[in-house]
Ligand binder design. Sequence first.
Ligand code: ZN
Ligand code: MN
Length: 501
Amino acid sequence: MSAVENLTHQPVEGEHFTITSEATGDVWEIVVGLEVHCELATATKLFCSCPNMFGDEPNTNVCPVCLGLPGSLPVLNRNVVELAMRLGRALHCSVEPSVFARKNYFYPDMPKDYQVSQFDRPINVDGWLDLPDGTRVGIERAHIEEDTGKNTHAGGSGRIHGADYSLVDYNRAGVPLVEIVGRPHIRHPEQAKTYIDELRAILLATGASDAKMEEGSLRVDANVSVRRVGDPELGRRCEIKNLNSLRSLGRAIEYEARRQVDLLESGEVVKQETRHWDEGAGRTRPGRSKEEAEDYRYFQEPDLVPLDPGADWIAAIDGAMPALPAARRDTLAAAAGVAPTETAVVVAVQRDLDQLALAAIAAGGDGSRVLLHVEHNLAVEGAESLDPAHFAQLVTMEVAGQLTATQAKTVLGDMLESGKAPDAIAAERGFEAMDSSELEGIVDGIIAESPDEWADYCGGDDKRRGKLQGFFVGKVMKATKGQADGKAVNAILDARRTAAG
Ligand code: ZN
Ligand code: MN
C-alpha cells in the first residue's frame, strides 16, 4: 500500500528536520510515511487453530490450512477481528464492512503463492494518532492480513544472494497481522521514532499485540521523500525495508534523505524503489528489481465471505476501551502537577509505570520526585511490583532531607530486590542525615585545602564557577562517601562565597 499520494490531513505541530545545501543554499525538508506490520496477540492463527507462538521448533505449528494444501479451507478467527477493531478504534478509525482479497506473488516463505489480505475494502479507515508533542499523524488504513513464513539464508551474507542454501519455517505462516498505513505527516527522524513509541504504547494498552520489535511482532517500513521547504508537491519516494529497531529507523531516514538531496542537487532524479537498510554499513541499498514489480493481481478471496461486524459489536468495543496513553498522560500529569508533555510523564506511561506513580502520589509522595524516580531509576523490569506506600515514604524521606538523592536511589534499588520498607533499609545501611555543622566543617576543610580553586570560584565567570562547583561537590562527596546532600553542599559553598566577596 502506498501511503504517500494521499494528503488529506496536515501535521499541526512539531519540529521539522531540514537539510541546507552548501552549494545552492536551498533548504530541504523530509517527508516520511510509516507502514507498520504488527502481529496480533491471539492464541491461534488467522484462519486455522495452529498456535500463534514465537520461538517454537520450526514447522511444528502448521496444518493443511496454513501450509496451503489443496482442499483446505480458511475459517476466520473471531478474536483477530476483535483485536483489529479495538486497535482501529484506538486509532480513531472508522470500522467499515471489509473484504478479504488474494495478493498474488511467489516467494518460498508463502506456501499458497498468495497472501490473504484486505485490498480495496479494509476494516479500519481514516483515523489518526497524536504524538505527545501534539503532532497529529493521519492513519490511512489499518487492515487485517496473514503473515508469511520465515526464510533463513545460510552461508554468504545472510541475504538470498550468494547463499549456499535456504531454510524455511512455516510456524509464522498465517499468523494474524494488522498493517497500519500512516499518512506522510512525519517531518523528523525523531518524530518517526516517537510515532512508533506511541503506537507501541497503544498496542500494549489495547492488548492487540506484544509489539516486540526484536521478535518481529512489530515491523516498520518507511516511505521517505524530500522536497524544498515551501514546495507543496511531494517528491518521489523510496520505501525502506528491514528497520528492526528505533535506532535503525532514525538513522535510515536521515541517511536516505541526504542521499536524495544529493541526487536532486546534482540534477539527477530519485528512482521510486524499495531499498534495504544495512545497519552495519549505515546506508540504504536498492532492493532487487523483482521485488519492485507491484502487480499482485488482487481479487476477492472466494473462500471467505465479506466481513461486517455490525454496529453492536463496534459499540461494545468502544464501551470496553481501556484508558489510552494520551488520556493516561493527562491523568498522571494532573496528579503530579506538571505538563502532560513532560518527558517523565511520557516515559511513565510508555513503561506502564503510571499506575504505580499515581498510587505513590495518592499515598502522599511528592509528584515531581515520584516522576523523577520513575524516569531515571525505575525503568527496569519488575518495577511495577513496588509497593506504592513504600515508594511514597521513600520520596517523603528524601524531600525532608533524611536521605540524599544518591542514598534514595540506593534504597530504591534495595526496595525492588527485598520488598522491605525504606526506613528499615536506610537504618540497615546506616544512612543517617548528616548533621549540618558536621557538613559545614567538611566543606570548610576542603576550601582550605584548595585555595587557588577557591579564589577562582569566588572571582571567576559563571562557566568557570560551574566547573569548580563540580570540583568542590565531588571532593565533599568523596570525603563523606556520598552521604552528603548535594543541595546542602551547594548552599554552603554559595554562603561562603557571598561571605568572602
Ligand atoms: Zn495451521
Ligand atoms: Mn502488508
